[in-house]
Design a protein around this ligand. Structure first.
Ligand code: TPP
Length: 548
């Protein structure tokens, strides 16, 4: 097989093969030629070529999210490497095994006026869980030794997080040789000690009541089983967001509605949070208002989320989670929360029937009408909130996905396409706001890697979430928060050769959405919301009043 004569590139490829890392996203460039040669010539790797590093980073993030396996994205040097930053930050907070492999110039050429050169050592320092540099002439033995700690890091848990490997290469970059045979590294994987278990035992007291709040977390059968047992047999109250990966008829989904108006619920003594950032600002404010509340935060790595309560403890998730969460609530505590949930759901049902041509009502209807087993990747901004307010709990077979690591509007489409390219679902939707889609137009180029993909775009002609959460009057005439545009999504669809459909009112939605559902292929479906259709969140639910 033809390979580059750079030893670091050669051994890295062999290591990836040995651990089954086969999905490689390549961003074209010169300095990374040794890596490109090695991966493109080896049929054991599935190689994607993506020009925009920001898109490539998120596409690889989607692959990693779907496969739960280390996935590599390879760039050339300079700003190309830096353009991976948004995806690396997202991977860091979602604890996904995204590996940024950046080619660099040799050390003596850095900061010497060379082209496409920046300081790449420590490029993502605050947002990377493991970083290393591999010298180009590295010996087999040294590589084996150096890779050992990366190996330990990657496989200590499925949620270890992201990695940056920087590889300096000197010229010539295109020297190749034929390689017969293959390398095998001697890799030991020590089991990580179950540290902190003993001092994690929490002294729950009889009569104290606990609420668990689940935001987005990696689906975990052990945890799901524990939660199910808790709500059924120990009066647990579990508030869940739609993308949490756990569904149960007795979970609490309508937290914003429950905390609106005068619905009385029992106050908890202890809050346990599991997962990424919390979507509900109303719940955060509620928790902050409770005096003497204890907060136990279960996470995959150490963090300090002590802003909700001064009595805070971080517990690292591990196999002994059942021993850690050893508590039982009073029956009346659980029933007060379940009653509030039933009332909220009844209210919601009445509020959303019949269907009206308004943003929330349409999102609610879409969740209720798409086929079982469908996947929906939600854009940030208003859409994920609408979805979370819907009765998603009743559609237990749908899979809801999101990028809530840092909640950016960028990269959602590219992540979704990466995810779908790995799972190849029959029905996969990505639902975005118009500004979010325009922000990442380049991501449409990666649709070439999927057969079926439906983009829903809620076109309310600007980033209208700001109309919901801020008082535009203080911003004067220019109101720079709003970004109205006259972009044509039809032209965009043409540009990328995908089908296009548009609805402007209730009748066209009712006629066209069932047709969209029945179709295969790649389709951009625009839901046009004019100012006349636009309704403030406060008006959907008089009691809501939540400014999130
Ligand atoms: C990368 C990034 N830049 C800016 C923001 C701030 N932001 C949040 S929502 C939003 C507007 C999104 O507009 P759109 O996608 O049309 O959705 P809508 O607000 O109409 O729901 C912006 C700019 C962000 N979250 N991420």
């Amino acid at each position: 097989m033809l390979v580059s004569n750079k030893k670091s590139a050669l051994y890295l490829k062999s290591y990836f093969k040995q651990i089954g890392l086969t999905q490689i996203v390549i961003c074209p460039g010169s300095r990374n030629l040794p890596l490109i040669v090695n991966f493109s010539n080896d049929p054991d790797f599935k190689v994607y070529s993506i020009i925009d590093e920001r898109v490539a980073g998120f596409f690889a993030l989607g692959l990693a999210k779907a496969s739960r396996k280390p996935t590599a994205v390879i760039t050339t040097s300079g700003s190309a490497a830096l353009n991976l930053a948004p995806a690396m930050v997202e991977a860091y907070y979602q604890r996904l095994p995204l590996l940024a492999i950046t080619a660099d110039r040799p050390e003596e050429r850095i900061e010497k006026g060379e082209n496409q050169t920046i300081v790449q050592k420590g490029l993502f320092t605050n947002y990377v869980s493991y970083e290393m540099e591999l010298e180009e002439k590295i010996s087999f033995n040294l590589f084996e030794k150096n890779i050992q700690s990366l190996h330990q890091f990657l496989f200590q848990s499925p949620n270890s997080g992201n990695v940056h490997i920087n590889l300096p290469f000197s010229e010539p970059l295109d020297s190749v040789e034929y390689l017969l045979g293959k390398f095998k590294f001697n890799l030991n994987q020590k089991k990580a000690p179950l540290k902190s278990v003993l001092n994690s035992i929490i002294p729950f007291q009889k009569g104290q009541n606990v609420i668990i709040y689940l935001s987005s977390f990696h689906e975990d059968l052990q945890l799901n089983q524990l939660l199910e047992d808790g709500v059924l047999n120990k009066n647990w109250v579990v508030i869940s967001e739609l993308h949490s990966g756990w569904k149960h008829k007795n979970l609490i989904s309508q937290i914003d509605l429950i905390l609106s108006g005068d619905r009385i619920v029992h106050k908890p003594d202890i809050l346990i949070t599991i997962g990424e950032t919390m979507l509900s600002k109303k719940f955060r404010n509620y928790i902050r208002s409770l005096e003497g509340l204890k907060h136990i935060d279960v996470s995959y790595s150490t963090r300090n989320w002590d802003s909700l309560s001064s009595d805070y403890k971080n517990v690292i998730y591990n196999h002994n989670i059942a021993q850690i969460l050893d508590f039982e609530n009073t029956h009346s505590f659980q029933s007060s929360w379940l009653e509030a949930e039933i009332k909220a759901n009844d209210y919601l049902k009445n509020r959303c029937q019949p269907l009206i041509y308004q943003e929330f009502s349409l999102v609610h209807n879409i969740i209720n009408s798409i086929d079982n087993q469908s996947f929906i990747f939600w854009g940030n901004s208003s859409l994920i909130r609408y979805a979370n307010w819907s009765n998603w709990k009743e559609r237990a077979q749908l899979s809801h996905l999101s990028n809530r690591g840092v909640s950016g509007i960028e990269g959602v489409l590219a992540t979704a396409v990466g995810y779908q390219s790995f799972i190849g679902a029959d029905d996969f939707y990505c639902f975005l706001g118009d500004v979010s889609l325009l922000y990442e137009i380049n991501s449409l180029s990666v649709l070439q890697y999927v057969d079926n993909f439906k983009i829903l775009v809620l076109n309310n002609h600007g980033g209208r979430i700001f109309d919901q959460i801020h008082n535009g009057e203080i911003l004067g005439e220019t109101n720079a928060l709003l970004t109205p545009h006259a972009a044509s999504f039809e032209v965009l669809a043409k540009l990328y050769d995908i089908d296009y459909m548009k609805v402007n009112d209730l009748n066209s939605f009712l006629a066209q959405f069932p047709y969209l559902k029945s179709q295969k292929g790649k389709i951009l479906f625009e839901i046009n919301i004019t100012d006349a259709d636009w309704v403030s969140w406060k008006d959907y639910f008089n009691e809501f009043g939540s400014n999130d």
